[in-house]
Ligand binder design. Structure first.
Ligand code: CP
Ligand code: NVA
Length: 300
């Protein structure tokens, strides 16, 4: 049976710790450069991407494999060829699918009908590769993740959902501040809490960042929600991560953002470009973590 990575919870907790360690080792140069020798990974992207696309393409190559990028609009997928058909065809050509799309159920269809690993490169519901890299970025500074408080200030979106799952797997305390109507999915939250995660939800950013060591945010309108931009700007007024809000967090708290950023909306220019911001290290870690995820899938 192929291994898939659709959400962080697909990696058993003890193995997730190992993935984290391996990502750090790879960052330090210990890379299995033949891991993917002779393997082709297809990358199907239905949404734009810079970091995820390039870090996977470079990462697959560094592990000795061949990435093949498919922009869905240029393929028959963009002309409504059913995914269940594409899954069976592509499984006969390649050794894995790295997919950025809309609904999570599309990945589930690829898993059901294909017989090669499927990796979630972002859906409307989750962004697990990003949060694995974000956990690596925090772990480098705070190896005991159980000691940290992570604050999420913004939309209860794909990033927030993966941070919720990450709280189950890695044991950090998570405080979410989301405006009314933009809270995370309650089933995802309830499930994480039932698995032992310590997560609070408020509509007050100051309450969420109190004593927090890492402050995360994201755009207010995600890909596919562009027409809601103005409505969301109103709903998210007061949610900018600025110097005043950072001043309410723990001393020496760090600011993080998955990028791309809208300066002056979800974060002020001064915080984004300031000394507490670790966004470039965070972006770099996408590359190391993609390779660790690929190793987790293909090492056996
Ligand atoms: N953070 C992130 O996933 O960036 P891209 O959309 O550029 O891949
Ligand atoms: N929430 C954002 C993340 C982009 C990396 C989106 O889905 O557009």
């Amino acid at each position: 049976m192929p291994k898939h990575f659709l959400t962080i919870l697909d990696i058993p907790r003890d193995e997730a710790q190992q993935v984290l360690l391996r990502a750090k080792e790879m960052k330090d140069g210990n890379v299995r450069t033949d891991l993917l020798a002779g393997k082709t990974l297809l990358m199907i992207f239905e949404k734009a991407s810079t970091r995820t696309r390039v870090s996977f393409e470079v990462g697959v190559r560094q592990l000795g494999g061949d990435p093949v990028f498919i922009a869905s609009k240029d393929s028959q997928l963009g002309r409504s060829e059913p995914l269940k058909d594409a899954a069976r065809v592509l499984s006969r050509y390649a050794d894995g699918l790295i997919v950025r799309t809309f609904g999570q159920e599309k990945l589930e269809t690829l898993v059901e009908y294909g017989d090669i690993p499927v990796i979630n490169a972002l859906t409307d519901e989750y962004h697990p590769c990003q949060i694995m890299a974000d956990v690596l970025t925090m772990y480098e500074r705070t190896p005991n993740l159980k000691d940290i408080k992570v604050a999420w200030v913004g939309d209860g979106n794909n990033m927030a959902h993966s941070f919720i799952n990450g709280a189950v797997t890695f044991g950090y305390q998570l405080a979410l501040a989301c405006p009314a109507g933009y809270e995370p999915d309650s089933e995802i939250l309830d499930n994480a809490r039932s698995l032992g995660a310590v997560i609070t939800l408020t509509d007050d950013p100051v309450e969420a960042v109190h004593n927090a060591h890492y402050i995360h945010t994201d755009v207010w309108a995600s890909m596919g929600q562009e027409e809601e931009q103005l409505k969301r700007e109103k709903a998210f007024a007061g949610y900018e991560v600025n110097d005043a809000l950072m001043g309410k967090a723990a001393p020496d708290a760090k600011f993080m953002h998955c990028l791309p950023v809208h300066r002056g909306e979800e974060v002020s220019e001064s915080v984004f470009e300031g000394p507490s911001s670790i966004v470039w290290d965070q972006a770099e870690n996408r590359l190391h973590m993609q390779k660790a995820i690929l190793e987790w899938i293909y090492k056996d």
